[in-house]
Design a binder for this molecule. Structure first.
Ligand SMILES: [Zn+2]
Ligand SMILES: [Zn+2]
Length: 118
């Protein structure tokens, strides 16, 4: 039994998917990262190593109103960034429920991380 290790594109957490896990996943199914709640859609599941995921968005909870909402790559692309006190950059997205501005900061990931704030 081979286990495929997939690195979360957001936080770098390694998600382990066994043959059986992958056999149960169909294109269109969504996997959620245990660590950062990023949602990834299965785009290919052809058996063996033939398996691909596409990042959908990150589920986050608004600290202001407590509602959950999804931060997508598009939202991040248009979100203004500010410099935090410690020198790291954070993105500001607004909650769709209460319009509060929420600072998002992602942990250091691989350099190719498309959602990296660096
Ligand atoms: Zn993650
Ligand atoms: Zn809110």
């Amino acid at each position: 039994m081979a286990t495929l290790e997939i690195e979360c594109p957001v936080c770098g957490e390694v998600l382990e998917l066994s043959d059986q896990d992958r056999a149960e996943l169909q294109p269109g199914d969504v996997i959620v990262c245990d660590s950062c709640n990023a949602e990834m859609e299965v785009t290919r599941s052809g058996g063996g190593e033939d398996f691909e995921l596409e990042l959908l968005g990150i589920l986050t909870t608004c600290p202001n109103c407590g509602e959950e909402f999804e931060v997508t790559e598009d939202m991040l692309a248009t979100a203004p960034t500010v410099q935090a006190d410690d020198g790291s950059e954070v993105s500001i997205v607004s909650c769709p429920h209460c319009q509060a501005g929420i600072e998002l900061e992602f942990e250091d990931g691989p350099d190719t991380n498309p959602l990296s704030s660096q």
